[in-house]
Design a protein around this ligand. Structure first.
Ligand SMILES: [Zn+2]
Length: 136
């Protein structure tokens, strides 16, 4: 189901909690909501649709990829950039890493691990920040 986007910075600044199998409806809602705005938004965290759980969705060439409880376990090549956010107005400066390794759980709650770089890595870092209550 497509959910409305949260703009309340107080709500968005609360760190999200670990997600489990009981949050698979949120996974689907996040996928549907990101899909509905994919032309102007490359990623979304669950708290942006009002659910305070560690779930993100990222637009990939093959569709929306969901990561449950994502953690960056390695990062390299920092750079300064500016980012916008569907929940916030304007652009904000931040430091990102060109190469990251992420560990997460898929929709079957299996543990996955992969390397990402470039724009996809940037989007994942932005969404994981959302889970930590960091609003950029
Ligand atoms: Zn954002």
């Amino acid at each position: 189901m497509i959910r409305s986007i949260i703009h309340d910075e107080m709500f968005l600044s609360v760190p999200s909690e670990k997600a489990g199998k009981e949050h698979l409806q949120t996974v689907q809602d996040l996928r549907d909501t990101l899909h509905s705005v994919r032309e102007r938004c490359a990623g979304m965290a669950a708290n942006m649709i009002g659910v305070n759980k560690n779930i993100i969705a990222v637009t990939m060439p093959f569709g929306e990829m969901v990561m449950i409880n994502p953690v960056i376990i390695r990062k390299a090549e920092p750079y300064e950039t500016e980012e916008g956010c569907l929940s916030l107005k304007g652009q904000r400066k931040t430091t990102r890493y060109r190469k990251i390794t992420v560990r997460w759980q898929n929709e079957n709650m299996e543990v996955m691990k992969a390397d990402f770089s470039g724009f996809t890595a940037q989007v994942i870092q932005h969404e994981i920040d959302h889970c930590a209550g960091i609003v950029i």
